[in-house]
Ligand binder design. Sequence first.
Ligand SMILES: *Cc1c(COP(=O)(O)O)cnc(C)c1O
Length: 391
Amino acid sequence: MNVPLLDLQAQYATIKDKVQAAVGAVFESQRFVLGAQGAALEEEIARHCGAAFGVGVASGTDALLLSLRALGVGAGDGVVTVPFTFFATAGAVVNLGARPFFVDIEPVGYGMDPDRLASFLEGECRPDTAARCVVHKASGATIRAVLPVHLYGQCADMDPILEVARRYGLPVVEDACQAIGADYKGKKAGALGDLGCFSFFPSKNLGGAGDGGMVVTSDRGLADRVRLLRGHGAHARYFHDIVGFNSRLDELQAAVLRVKLPYLDEWSEGRRRNAAAYGEDFRAAGLLDVLQLPEVLPGRSHIFHQYVIRAERRDELQAFLREGGIGTEVYYPVPLHEQECFRGLGYGADDFPRSRAASRSTLALPVYPELSAEQRRWVVDRIARFYRGAA
Ligand SMILES: *Cc1c(COP(=O)(O)O)cnc(C)c1O
């Protein structure tokens, strides 16, 4: 049996006619950038997550870049984030000339630990009351923002993160690229902080036919700023207030995403059902002594962008599953503080033990909504066989 990590063909088969009609309509219009599809999608995504405004951009990475830039992040500044995330989270910070400062993740779950955030700001920074900002003592960098990540589809613990950030006057940008539709205490990912960033990369829960992203916010000033930044800083064509970027979500992407958005909640529900079924199967197979299953933490819902277990002998297990035709992935094998390109930041490998431990033991299993019960059981059987030598 073949069980890919993600099967986009299966999804496409269910919406093919609608996607092709939507794409055809864009071609008929011959309007490819900043048209009606993009504007409609901005409204629909904003409404879906409960934010007032959406601004379509070229990717999730650019959503981060433009959000931070809209907050004034630039050379000599610092942004506090986590080392256990996709590279773009910190890459966006560095591409603005700023420096990422890492704090470790929660003991259970994979979001920023609010206590670590508090101890970083309290212990390693000093308030500059005259400038109403926080300065990192050792480097002199002005801390400008906090950037938590809702990894795998579950929100970071946003209430205490927001509380700590507000105490220091710091805005919060959510990297919600993996968490579109996830709830935190009745509110949705992206609408919890000052700005939220989504990615429409094809493999995300809401994936386009190429790169795409969106910034959401309920602050009109910030929305206007991001809109300005995505179009070379021009408020009207050829009149440039600031130097911005070329980062738009094109009409073809928007049209495809508008076909898919009405299915998103149903698809996420399918992922949740598969996650729950895995839980029962692993329990029944008596594997809970060698596997740690993903936990849905209090007050949060999980959209299972990834279903990630912690496994003993992870790499061997992955190779064994590959032989059985099962696709898995390690998100992420090297935490950012151990990346070659960030050596200059001066971190040691042991500085963030929870992130390091996660990078050594996490394994994502197939959880896409179209996964059949038979395929799921094959995954569980192979894992049982790996640890017990029998299925
Ligand atoms: C996918 C992703 C991004 C980047 O999105 P792109 O659209 O690929 O640029 C950023 N952060 C996280 C956590 C992601 O998963």
